[in-house]
Design a protein around this ligand. Sequence first.
Ligand SMILES: [Fe+2]
Length: 582
Amino acid sequence: MKRRDFLVKSSAAGVSLVALSACNGAGSGGEEVVTATSDGNAGGPGVAGTPGLAKPAMPEWGGPSPFQHGVASGDPLARQVILWTRITAEGLDEVPVIVRVSRDPEFSDVVYEGMGYARSQADYTVKIDAMLPEANTTWFYQFESLGYFSAIGRTKTTAHGHQSVEHLRLAVMACANYSYGFFNAYRKVAFRRDLDAVLFLGDYIYEYGPGEYGDPEVEALRPLDPPHEIVTLSDYRRRYALNRTDQDLQECHRQHPFICVWDDHEFADNTWSDGAANHNEGEGDFGDRKRAAVQAYYEWMPIRPVLPDREVRIYRSFEFGQLASLMMLDTRLIGRDQQTDSPVTARDRNRSLLGDDQQSWLFEQLEHSQSRGAQWHLLGQQVMLAPLTLGALPDTPNLDLGGGAQVNYDQWDGYETSRRALLGRIEAMGLDNAVVLTGDIHSSWAMDVSLDPGNWFAYNRFTGEGSIAVEFVTPAVSSPGAPTKGISDLAKAFLIPANPHIKWLDFYHRGYMILDVTPERCQADWFHLETVSEPSNQEHFAMGWYTASGDNHIQASKVPCAPKHNAPPLAPEHNVQQEALA
Ligand SMILES: [Fe+2]
């Protein structure tokens, strides 16, 4: 649509421009267009919040469309959603960017108009926290700057906490290594019309340089930028920019709001609060690297900072009406003590995975979710919560290897005190329907969660009795698991008898999970890709596992959940030729 047409349509509809602070929470109904401008935060992308939209004077620009990295939305609330884009216009700074939100993809019913600035200090990224008039509604949005329109994006507000919601459907994704595979999973998820949001559980980028962690054949087609391990702010920004040139990822962002959290590779392999396995002294101070990585993350991801001045705090919660609460955790950066190889140290009472502040917050959130009557309590997080052992020995607190020798101390297994605190709290609260969603491990798992799965008195492997929660682990978008199906089957044959709470696993396939939630049950459907070595449309339904409300343990489903009713249309196909204004 041309700008002229937009203005004509707006006045024909009798709309008035009303300045409104994004902080006051009051959207507008009816015919009004809500407007807001952004002054941005020092060091952060602009977020709309200042009243008084004055039509900006656009700098001269004779170059191509500045919207080279697409559009994105995220952190949906009942009346707010973050809208993101980036301006690529060599030589320009302080570039005004306008965004409009409409009920329809033709923009005949604009409900919000906001403005931000693309500035060098935020790597020319722009975020606008749009105020929208209705909860639980699909919206279309489009940016305008330097004489161009962006592609049209599509997003959705969540239901108010008190609203009844019959059906929620989320894609759950993680681990997208650019040089290990094509982003076919993003493409498949992009075209699912009936999603409420995409949860991204971390490893959105990887820090490695060429030849360090990639498929050589894919890497030859998808060379890394910058061509070395990323350490500085400029490096991290370039790596996000590289991933965001991928058309499949752009399409996924364009069609769905994302709710994101980081894992380790947004920093460096096996990060903890004060260091990382893949960080050495030659790479400078870890604190500097961490700050650079956090800054680039907030610039490039469609995420709303929890605290404007403390962006390192990423843990936060969302409500999907009465149906579900979602708590997004940071098991990586804010409170994690250093990893250990020792089962004795793993049980140290002073060790923490979440840190005290986050753990207190989480317990408060669980209590809030229970007291407001939410049916499901979803935890979006990084590393596996359920124990993973080499032998199903009963747990005895005084025996070092109680519960069996653990396999991976980077998971909750390395932080036994934190796990006991969380599961103990869920039990003490009498909380049903806690569902843990996990990434990080490049494989697919369906599990009951018990503190002591090898102990018949604590957990019945046949009935699931004694299970405290359930856990579903999403496979990687492109990062590798087992190199062959044979090795995957071997590992499975070895691990399942030793871990009776693990009902299903697949180490081989890349793909994603669809989490389908109704008042009666919460089901995860795994969709696996045929390949990531080349662009491909081929996927198959691998398996479904669900927990019925009140059960707290899982059961198999041989068929995937039926789609949601009345799925809204996707944002229309984007024609670059039509981007330029007349
Ligand atoms: Fe990963």
